[in-house]
Design a protein around this ligand. Structure first.
Ligand code: TYC
Length: 107
């Protein structure tokens, strides 16, 4: 055993434990839509289908849930994806002069 050779695997009698690979799951965010009195129901259904991949049936259920409960979940994503969806949906709503509000919250 040579103390001079840095490539030699020497622990000098100490117990050495390999560091466990720590793979943390990324935090997830719920993307939510808020109810308002003005955005047409059809427009919300279209948003849920086009930006969140829902079937027309599921999109209608979620839209009605938002309409009656005040808020509903569009999907759960990593931070970057959630932020992008929120931005795109809010821009799309403004382009069509609707006050629809999309937001996100940590799971
Ligand atoms: N409350 C709206 C209406 O009566 C419909 C609506 C549903 C608006 C969901 C926003 O996120 C929303 N036209």
């Amino acid at each position: 055993m040579s103390d001079l050779n840095p490539f030699e695997d020497s622990d000098d009698g100490l117990a050495v434990q390999e560091a466990k690979p720590k793979l943390q799951k990324p935090p997830l965010y719920r993307v939510i839509l808020l109810n308002d009195d003005f955005t047409p129901m059809d427009f919300v259904v279209e948003v849920l289908m086009d930006f969140f991949g829902m079937s027309e049936e599921l999109a209608t259920q979620v839209m009605l849930q938002i309409h009656t409960q005040g808020v509903g979940v569009c999907g759960t994503y990593t931070k970057d994806v959630a932020e992008t969806k929120v931005t795109i949906v809010n821009e799309y709503a403004r382009e069509h002069q609707h006050p629809l509000l999309c937001s996100m919250e940590i799971v």
